[in-house]
Design a protein. Structure first.
Ligand SMILES: O=c1ccn([C@@H]2O[C@H](COP(=O)(O)O)[C@@H](O)[C@H]2O)c(=O)[nH]1
Length: 237
């Protein structure tokens, strides 16, 4: 899969301007999250499709009681996204409920169900924050592997984690479980609020199934060139 572009824009007009810079024949995978979906609503899925035919990763990170998540996932399942997310910290019953909701919603709409990815520890979480603020003992990697095993056992198709944890997750879970990794920074790029980061090439070498990249592309002076450089580093590693 090519690098997933995080379309973190405040409105559809800006997302549209960004997408129009790419050749219509370029096979893109784009991630839309809370900022854009809260601004534009679910209609956004069709609006994006009309501008550029892309696979859409709908990253809304559901985290609530199982019943509420199942009902929300039902609505998401009807939209035709390729992937969507819940927080693994919601627990097994919540992840199972999300899976049921996605399958039922997709079935009702006659679409394929999105792959369900569970967010382990956010890539903006440092060891210090994990232990002192969140009062979770151990290393980020230990917590991530624990949550990945929980998510896999509950029926998730994969996880969101840092590439730094990818090889440990693969060893713990195995198979074709997806390990989708944000926290990607090309050499020399500003790290911003991310804490557990690697380059695109290192992410591949460490075992990521797919990478998610936002600001290093969207805030670049030449987003298409930045995307192609990252895609080349990823595919050639
Ligand atoms: O642990 C996580 C989970 C999700 N994200 C999302 O990925 C992108 C990363 O954007 P950058 O600009 O490349 O930092 C963003 O949409 C996050 O919501 C994450 O970074 N870490």
């Amino acid at each position: 899969m090519p690098p997933i572009i995080a379309l973190d824009f405040p409105d559809f007009d800006q997302a549209k301007q960004f997408l129009r810079q790419f050749s219509p024949s370029e096979e893109l995978v784009v991630k839309i999250g809370m900022e854009l979906v809260y601004a534009e609503g679910p209609q956004l899925m069709a609006d994006i499709e009309a501008v550029h035919p892309a696979q859409v990763f709908l990253d809304l990170k559901l985290h609530d009681i199982p019943h509420t998540v199942e009902q929300a996932a039902f609505q998401l399942g009807r939209l035709g996204a390729a992937m969507t997310t819940v927080h693994a910290a919601g627990g097994s019953a919540m992840i199972q409920a999300a899976k049921r909701g996605l399958l039922a919603g997709a079935q009702e709409a006659g679409k394929a169900a999105p792959r369900l990815l569970a967010v382990t520890q956010l890539t903006s979480t440092s060891q210090e924050m994990l232990n002192n603020e969140l009062q979770i003992p151990g290393t980020p990697a230990e917590s991530v592997v624990h949550l990945a095993k929980l998510a896999a056992a509950a029926g998730a198709d994969g996880v969101i984690a840092s590439p730094l944890e990818a090889s440990l997750i693969r060893a713990a879970v195995g198979g074709d479980f997806l390990i989708v990794t944000p926290g990607i920074r090309p050499a020399g790029a500003a790290i911003g609020d991310q804490k557990r980061v690697t380059t695109p090439g290192d992410a591949k070498r460490l075992g990521s199934s797919a990478i998610v990249v936002g600001r290093p592309i969207t805030q670049s002076a030449d987003p298409v060139a930045a995307y192609h450089a990252i895609a080349k580093e990823w595919s050639e590693a």
